[in-house]
Design a protein around this ligand. Structure first.
Ligand code: ZN
Length: 279
């Protein structure tokens, strides 16, 4: 039976993505704070279409804003792990990475009453020990890698990449990977960021991005019977008026293409129970 799943996911970073990169002056902090406004708009839209989504929330944001993040839980959405401080795992020594992972699990348990099943690394960059840590701490899935587009797979651990010899692959683990991509992430399309070394232009036309996002789903429906496509949005990015209109058009367009909307944990369960999958 054909089944085409869409996961709408929201990285509720508020200012943590800025402050963890040293952008802690009042304007970037306020720029992140707009995420609190955006989140309310998104929750209203998800309610309107009766969609259960997955919200990846850093522990520091849960602990700073228990009311705002509690609203996400109260609406029935899944809360996924997105680090504690929003520091990139690959930038931390393993002991700190594990300490932050545990601390954020505790924050999520406090707000939602249960441990997270899913993990999304900040900046989508895992350290060499992240997969081990995720398995050790009981995660069922990761959603930070790009080895496929709409077909989940098992994460590999212990790769030894080389430059001038054939690649040495690590072991396939039990951790499921629900893949993502930068092209289905609102951030690079829309956010203008200027630092001392780089400029990320962003500010794309929302209608053009919408067309790409729908066409990726359309391609899946035309070429495969089963798949799960994951969209990544940030409340302070997608929460602007013209982008909220785009998000609603995305939901309607996906419905027209026969999408089933699911939180990621439900998509994972559907994948594990799906045709042709063996554990
Ligand atoms: Zn983030």
């Amino acid at each position: 039976m054909s089944r085409h799943i869409a996961c709408l996911t929201f990285d509720f970073d508020v200012w943590s993505g800025f402050t963890s990169r040293g952008m802690a002056t009042p304007t970037p902090v306020s720029r992140g704070e707009f995420g609190l406004v955006g989140a309310k708009r998104i929750l209203r839209l998800l309610d309107k279409y009766d969609i259960r989504a997955t919200w990846f929330i850093p522990g520091v944001i849960i602990d700073t804003y228990p009311d705002n993040t509690g609203e996400v839980v109260a609406k029935g959405h899944e809360v996924g792990h997105h680090g504690y401080s929003h520091l990139v795992p690959a930038s931390m020594p393993p002991e700190r990475e594990e300490a932050e992972m545990v601390r954020a699990i505790e924050s999520i348990k406090r707000i939602s009453g249960r441990a997270p099943r899913g993990y999304r690394s900040c900046s989508w960059d895992l350290s060499p020990v992240t997969v081990d840590l995720l398995i050790k701490h009981g995660f069922d899935y990761d959603t930070s890698m790009m080895g496929d587009d709409y077909t989940p797979y098992r994460a590999r651990n212990g790769d030894q990449p080389t430059i001038d010899e054939p690649f040495i692959f690590g072991d396939t683990t039990k951790l499921a990977e629900i893949p993502i991509s930068w092209s289905l992430d609102d951030h690079p399309h829309f956010e203008f960021i200027r630092t001392a070394d780089t400029i990320s232009p962003g500010l794309s036309n929302a209608t053009s991005v919408l067309e790409n996002w729908l066409d990726d789903f359309r391609y899946m429906t035309e070429n495969d019977d089963w798949g799960v496509l994951t969209y990544t949005c940030h409340p302070y990015v997608i929460g602007r008026g013209h982008r909220m209109i785009m998000l609603e058009k995305l939901i309607r367009g996906l419905k027209d293409l026969g999408a089933e909307f699911m939180a990621m944990e439900d998509a994972l369960d559907a994948f594990l129970a799906g045709p042709g999958h063996s554990t």
